[in-house]
Design a protein around this ligand. Structure first.
Ligand code: SF4
Ligand code: SF4
Length: 360
């Protein structure tokens, strides 16, 4: 791989070329891409083509931006942000007020038809959009305008993907997802409250490298990261299969690391990559820290989650989902095992990509 200004810049920040290649290899492996794709990703990111990205924050708590800026290996993950031209991001940009709005207008005008539009936060439609405005304009108005010139829209977080917490009952602002408003553009949903940083940078890296979006599922989520449930890949799964469940958060079973299903874990019906990618530099993830999955990356998670009720208790749509898809818990376990075998077989066609593959 040729040396590039980006690699030189990373070198000055203490990131080695090998570290950069390892990051690209890891991303490509996570996305189940073949070794050649990992190399293309490294070369394209290194070439710094800098596609324009406009990031609109609507009805949100800034948690998604916080998550991205605290991504693991900040310097290497930050390279994704060096490889794009982040032309508008209210929280991170230096400009404010009229200058910020002018920067957004210029980015839309100069890159019409080519920029990526990133959205975090839901879109309030109540009171003609008056619940959330920027510079005197409603979120829905700004979204419609910015979406017209976007090549694709990336919804970061559960709020922009499904409406999220603002959408929870009684939804006083009439909050909806981006896909409820925009119907004529490719949309990628990266749900999670907050979403996993590597998933976000993985989607951006794929677009930078190949000029296209990764393969999506029926809910427009990247299959590579949302193709399995938390339960499919959970390290406590053997205890679930053996029927060993913690009954309280501090009993003997909890101390032995038994399954948290009876304490309300929503892992069996939640699609996300927490169990494999983990959080905080791959340090840990909620179930590893002793708390069940809340189902934060599923639609209606706040209303449907009922955090500490086990899925077997009739308490909401997530439970209905489990019953409907698995026909009850016993069958559910069998279905999940069968799914896991099928997915493992599919994955077997792509071996893990190494740094050596990329250095060839
Ligand atoms: S129910 Fe939760 S804790 Fe138990 S195996 Fe599934 S994901 Fe892990
Ligand atoms: S473990 Fe579940 S609730 Fe926690 S971040 Fe992952 S998907 Fe969300």
């Amino acid at each position: 791989m040729q040396q590039s200004p980006l690699i030189d810049m990373l070198g000055r920040q203490g990131v080695t070329r090998r570290g950069f290649l390892k990051y690209c290899a890891t991303l490509a492996s996570l996305m189940a891409l073949p070794p050649a794709a990992g190399r293309a990703m490294a070369e394209a990111i290194g070439a710094v083509r800098r596609p324009s990205v406009i990031w609109l924050p609507f009805q949100e708590c800034t948690g998604c931006t916080e998550s991205i800026t605290r991504s693991h290996s900040p310097t290497i993950e930050g390279l994704i942000f060096e490889a794009i031209s982040l032309d508008y991001q209210e929280t991170l940009m230096a400009a404010a007020g009229h200058r910020a709005e002018a920067a957004r207008d210029a980015a839309i005008r100069d890159n019409f038809g080519k920029y990526l539009l990133v959205v975090d936060g839901s879109v309030p439609l109540g009171a003609e959009g008056a619940y959330s405005c920027i510079g005197g304009r409603s979120n829905v108005d700004i979204l419609r305008e910015a979406a017209k010139g976007a090549a694709a829209i990336i919804c970061v977080g559960t709020c922009s993907s499904y409406g999220g917490i603002p959408h929870a009952n009684p939804n006083p602002t009439g909050a909806v997802a981006v896909s409820d408003v925009i119907k004529d553009k490719p949309i990628v949903n990266i749900p999670g409250c907050p979403p996993i940083p590597v998933v976000m940078t993985g989607v951006l890296a794929h677009y930078i490298a190949f000029g296209s979006l990764p393969e999506l599922d029926a809910k427009n989520r990247p299959k590579a990261f949302f193709g399995e449930t938390i339960h499919d890949r959970c390290y406590r799964r053997p205890f679930y299969d053996q029927g060993k469940f913690a009954k309280t958060f501090d009993d003997e079973g909890a101390r032995k690391g038994w399954c948290l299903f009876e304490l309300g874990c929503k892992g069996p019906v939640t699609h996300n990559a927490c169990a494999t990618v983990k959080w905080n530099g791959g340090t840990s993830w909620p179930v590893e820290s002793g708390h069940g999955c809340l189902g934060c990356s599923e639609p209606d998670f706040w209303d449907a989650g009922s955090f500490y009720k086990a899925l077997s208790q009739p308490s909401g749509p997530l439970n209905v989902g489990l019953a409907a898809t698995a026909g009850g818990l016993a069958t559910g376990a069998a279905v999940t095992v069968a799914n896991r075998a099928k997915k493992s077989a599919a994955r077997a066609s792509h071996r893990t990509i190494t740094v050596e593959d990329l250095e060839k």
